[in-house]
Design a protein around this ligand. Sequence first.
Ligand SMILES: *[C@@H]1O[C@H](CO)[C@@H](O)[C@H](O)[C@H]1NC(C)=O
Length: 241
Amino acid sequence: MRLLLTPLFATLTLANTLELWPGQISTFLATPQTTASEPTSIILLIPDIYGHNSTATKTLAQKISTLSNLIVVVPDVFEGEPIPEGGAPSFPPGWQDRHGPAQVERVLDLTLAEVKRRWGEVKVGATGYCFGGRYVFRYLSAGKIAAGVAAHPSSTTIDEIVGAKGPIQIATAATDPSFPPAIRQQAEAALAEKVPYEMNTYGGVGHGFAVRASDPSDRRDVYALESAAENAVAWFKFWLE
Ligand SMILES: *[C@@H]1O[C@H](CO)[C@@H](O)[C@H](O)[C@H]1NC(C)=O
């Protein structure tokens, strides 16, 4: 049983560690209290539409770093144009075109190159949320990462999902129009035959639950948030060995 390890999200303090990485990419780094001088693995966190500088995402990166004892790197995949938080998301005209696979993967590739420059041939695990989940499948498919976790992925296709060629864990809400049961079942049938695979389905929560508790007084929301992060860490600890 690996559930509800400490510290909980609510107890974490954030260091303000935004750095400018090559390509002028603002990057958030969450660093564990004790870092190996030569880490053997690193976690890449691919954020949701609210981007790398959202407090919820930075707290999540810190939680994963603290529990895994690994450095977590969160690049600004939107190059200065995240969707503002609060209320229903509102997309400026042309946003989707400015932040499609070509642009996002350019940023991710620059980030992976800098990871390699700093830390050498480390194993990279990627965890992606909503918008970012799609890129975990694409990068597992391309062999650019060693293991992946996708939480409530959106804007992806069954072909992208089943293209994954390495260990993949998926966290999903029982009811999520972005990742409906029909896709979930197809993904399970195809992936379970092919790669190390795990899917955790959470009831009573909605899309986005692994990044922020939509109601912090609802214990189902808090449980799903904490548990999804802990399951992700268990996955990386095992598959990045
Ligand atoms: C990050 O957010 C803070 C406010 O929370 C803001 O002052 C800062 O300019 C932001 N930095 C980037 C690179 O987005």
